[in-house]
Design a protein around this ligand. Structure first.
Ligand code: NAD
Length: 443
């Protein structure tokens, strides 16, 4: 099939590439000329395991092209995906500027009947607005061309996006058009061989499904962080509690890790957007508001522990920070808990020596050169000359450090474990003070 994808970010690039890998001919369009230029030169703008090889192979095979020119791209696509960003607006609602700009562009160039598939995370009712925007542009041109607008929310996880795209848990298709559904069934057939993963529904339910999924995941995290804060105060260890509750199959072990709060480009903005959607429809989503409030407070937790350990005076201190990305296996630092910590440490007069396996360039891009941020090439380098170590992202490479060596390197041997990846007893046995999240230490 001929496929067009608007947006070459985490979702658009991965989706376009996986569709090309299955034999489709895919044209990806982006307004970011520098990004398109890099992609055409074989440089992948994001870090996503397994993506580079697939992009290069499919580009070389002529099944994957990148352009800034929408007209030929729209003429190419039997199916046209919208996978552009929907960042939060000032009031927390999803900013639909990019989605509607693409809709208008499609309307201005559409030459034949086509299926428009929205993959961006958008408020309920957006498919109608996309349809109206395309129809208005067609009317301006004085043409009458049939088109369908389908909602097909994306559930891939950064850090495992290629795998999620190739082997999705489910493929949600929201549409009232049997013809459009039949085309999408054909397009997704290679991803759907093992068993039927397609969940068909109306457009509005599909749009809400995406928000509901992210809100549920964010709720699990905030719930565990709330439990961790209680555990800390009553002298219990949240890690034991986690095992204790996870063994109940109704609860399960997945996604119940306490930590320094959720970040990334999706959970924070989607929880806020869903809260806003509820409000716009006359409902106060009290649970969602609490999920967000717990998370906002949790992002301060590591700084609070560090400040308390150093008697409230961090001026002139050097803190080693392991992990900048909002989670492992990505270079994405959008809303990352590391950013809050960095900024709080700087505010308090500390210098940070930071290491992340993939996000150093992103940190340089965000913060530029500054005297109080040293971006290190190796984990051990970050620790050299530091007073303390704070672990913010649970990259595998951080899981089994040489504690004896850390004890010898840190000026004041102390670890602030924002992800509870260490056994406190093992850390303390090496002569290092240990602080985790919700591990029976009250403040
Ligand atoms: P992103 O910011 O990484 O990429 C968006 C891309 O769209 C950018 O390259 C931008 O230049 C491009 N763009 C903007 N306006 C355009 C236009 N008019 N024409 C063509 N390209 C345009 O975004 P992302 O992380 O890929 O997210 C895209 C959407 O998918 C969002 O709605 C997001 O909520 C949703 N989503 C994201 C993830 C994720 O893990 N990142 C997962 C599921 C769903």
């Amino acid at each position: 099939m001929n496929v067009t994808v608007f947006g070459t970010g985490y979702v658009g690039l991965v989706t376009g590439t996986c569709l090309a890998e299955m034999g489709n001919t895919v044209v990806c369009v982006d307004v970011d000329a520098a990004k398109v230029e890099r992609l055409n030169q074989g440089q992948i703008p994001i870090y996503e395991p397994g993506l580079e090889e697939l992009v290069l192979a499919n580009h070389a095979a002529g099944r994957l092209a990148f352009t800034t020119d929408p007209a030929p791209a729209i003429a190419h696509g039997d199916v046209i995906f919208i996978a552009v960003g929907t960042p939060p607006d000032e009031d927390g609602s999803a900013d639909l500027r990019h989605v509607l700009a693409v809709a208008r562009t499609i309307g201005l160039h559409l030459g034949a009947a086509s299926i428009i598939v929205n993959k961006s995370t958008v408020p309920v009712g957006t498919a109608d607005r996309v349809r109206d925007t395309i129809a208005a542009a067609l009317r301006e041109r004085g043409v009458d061309i049939g088109f369908d607008v389908v909602s097909n929310p994306e559930f891939l996880k950064e850090g495992d996006a290629v795998n999620d795209c190739m082997r999705p848990d489910r493929i949600v298709i929201g549409s009232s058009s049997p013809a459009a559904v039949a085309v999408l069934r054909r397009l997704y057939a290679p991803f759907n061989r093992n068993h039927d993963r397609i969940v068909l529904m109306d457009v509005r339910s599909a749009e809400l499904t995406k928000y509901a999924a992210n809100a549920m995941l964010a709720t699990k995290i905030s719930f565990m962080n709330e439990m961790a804060n209680i555990a800390e105060r009553v002298g219990a260890d949240i890690e034991l509690v986690r095992h204790g509750i996870g063994s109940d199959p109704r609860i399960g072990y997945h996604f119940i890790y306490p930590g320094v709060g959720y970040g990334g480009s999706c959970f924070p903005k989607d929880v806020q957007a869903l809260d806003r959607i509820a409000r716009d429809h006359g409902y106060t989503a009290r649970l969602l508001q609490s999920v967000e409030q717990v998370n906002a407070a949790q992002k301060n937790r590591l700084f609070e522990l560090i400040a308390q350990h150093f008697g409230g005076n961090l001026a002139g201190r050097t803190i080693a920070l392991w992990g900048l990305a909002f989670k492992p296996n990505t270079d994405d630092m959008r809303e990352a808990p590391s950013r809050r910590l960095l900024e709080q440490l700087w505010q308090a007069g500390a210098t940070v020596r930071a290491y992340d396996p993939e996000a150093r360039e992103e940190a340089r891009h965000i913060y530029g050169e500054r005297a109080d941020l040293v971006l290190c090439e190796q984990a051990q380098q970050a620790v050299a000359g530091a007073d303390a170590l704070a672990v913010v992202t649970e990259w595998k490479a951080f899981r089994s450090p040489d504690f004896k060596r850390l004890a010898a390197t840190l000026k004041q041997p102390v670890i602030f474990d924002g992800r509870n990846i260490y056994d406190p007893a093992a850390v303390e046995a090496a002569g290092i003070a240990y602080y985790g999240i919700g591990r029976g230490r009250s403040v």
